[in-house]
Design a protein. Structure first.
Length: 157
């Protein structure tokens, strides 16, 4: 069976937002957590600022000054939005429950440093992708925990 796709996160998401899916008697929940990094986008990415210098980290290729200006405007908009707290880095963590009992760790199936509300045409669609990528490992962890519980129940007291 294929795990169904998580629903989309809101177009403007906040810390604590979550989406769920039901699969084979399990409830999988993907929740957003604010990443505690204090690094600015241009501190996290050596090539953040575009450049026409082939030796520069932000080299965009042999482009025109107009293209450079367009890339620079986008980078400036990203920084403006960051400073205005319009977007943030987050963690997308997937947990698994069955009958109201959580079977996985809160953060054992998570990816951190993901852009949330990043100013782009794609919106928050990547959050849904990340959640889906964590789902298999979260289900594996849940099944392993169930197996350990069943084995423990077989042992004599």
């Amino acid at each position: 069976m294929t795990i169904p796709k998580f629903p989309a996160f809101p177009a403007y998401a906040s810390e604590g937002d979550s989406v769920t899916i039901d699969y084979a008697g399990f409830t999988l929940r993907a929740r957003l957590y604010r990443d505690d990094t204090t690094d600015k986008p241009d501190e996290r990415d050596d090539g953040f600022w575009p450049s026409l210098d082939p030796k520069g980290a932000g080299y965009i290729g042999a482009k025109s000054a107009r293209t450079l200006a367009r890339h620079m405007a986008k980078a400036e908009e990203v920084m403006r939005a960051w400073k205005a707290d319009e977007w943030f880095y987050c963690g997308v963590a997937v947990t698994v429950e069955r009958n109201g009992v959580r079977l996985t760790g809160e953060f054992t199936n998570a990816l951190w440093g993901v852009e949330c509300n990043y100013p782009s045409k794609q919106g928050n669609s990547y959050l849904q992708t990340v959640a889906g990528e964590q789902a298999d490992a979260a289900l594996d962890e849940a099944w392993q925990r169930i197996d350990r519980i069943l084995e423990a129940m077989k042992e004599p007291a």
